[in-house]
Design a protein. Structure first.
Length: 241
């Protein structure tokens, strides 16, 4: 058995539920690590986050889903569009929803600094999703305050031991960078979702790329994907150029 095969088989993985993405990651994300999904508005970041959560719940994992400016009712209605019934997991205390509001910044920050860490310390959690980290970063006008907040938040998630997925808008001029260029340096892996607009055509398609993933080999290159009624589906055979 060669060195690559040994590394591939010895890592405990957290399956994302997106078949093509799991194929690109050689079986899933390394468990107990932090990952970022970055993309422009409408590329399917929240869909991927919910799909990841649904797969985790199907495997009897306990999950925390942190939403910014998306109420519980709206979240549950959106998940039902894809056939994901999260209400039963909430009733069984396998899924915990935490909603933060940009209209009440002080309360949201209090939750992040107090209530959420206390919850993670007193409960065994396997999976954490934060959608979207960009709005939280916008709470802080000082660059140093923003960096300190992001560092402390990521350290909290790492300390919990849960596999954590954070979504972020991309920078205006760089589809490989998060909005403020901080998140990608604090996580263990980055998956980028992008629009592709070929020159001379009005057609628009979507592509996915695993930009970086520590502790595992992964496919290098972009793959086209679609957002369907069952969630995100990645084509593992086609390759974008």
């Amino acid at each position: 058995m060669n060195e690559i095969s040994i590394k591939k088989n010895s890592i405990k993985r957290h399956v994302t539920g997106v078949n093509g993405l799991d194929h690109m990651l050689h079986g899933g994300m390394p468990a107990h690590h932090l990952f970022a999904v970055i993309g422009a508005f409408g590329t399917g970041k929240s869909t991927l986050a919910m799909q990841f959560t649904n797969q985790s719940l199907l495997e009897n994992k306990t999950c925390v889903y942190i939403n910014l400016d998306v109420g519980d009712d709206q979240f549950l209605e959106t998940s039902k569009i894809f056939g994901w019934d999260f209400e039963k997991y909430i009733n069984d205390e396998k899924l915990f929803l935490i909603t933060l509001s940009s209209a009440d910044i002080s309360t949201s920050i209090m939750k992040i600094e107090g209530a959420i860490p206390q919850f993670l310390e007193s409960n065994e959690v396997d999976c954490i999703v934060f959608d979207s980290i960009t709005l939280l970063e916008m709470f802080h006008t000082s660059e140093s305050d923003r960096r300190n907040m992001m560092f402390n938040l990521c350290e909290m998630f790492k300390y919990s031991g849960a596999t954590t997925l954070l979504t972020s808008e991309t920078a205006v001029d760089d589809p490989y960078s998060s909005k403020f260029g901080i998140l990608e340096y604090l996580v263990d892996g980055v998956v980028a979702l992008r629009y592709v607009r070929p020159v001379g055509t009005y057609d628009v398609s979507l592509e996915m790329e695993v930009v970086r993933m520590r502790q595992t080999n992964h496919h290098r290159g972009s793959r086209p994907y679609m957002i369907t009624e069952k969630g995100i589906e990645v084509s593992v055979e086609a390759e974008m150029f």
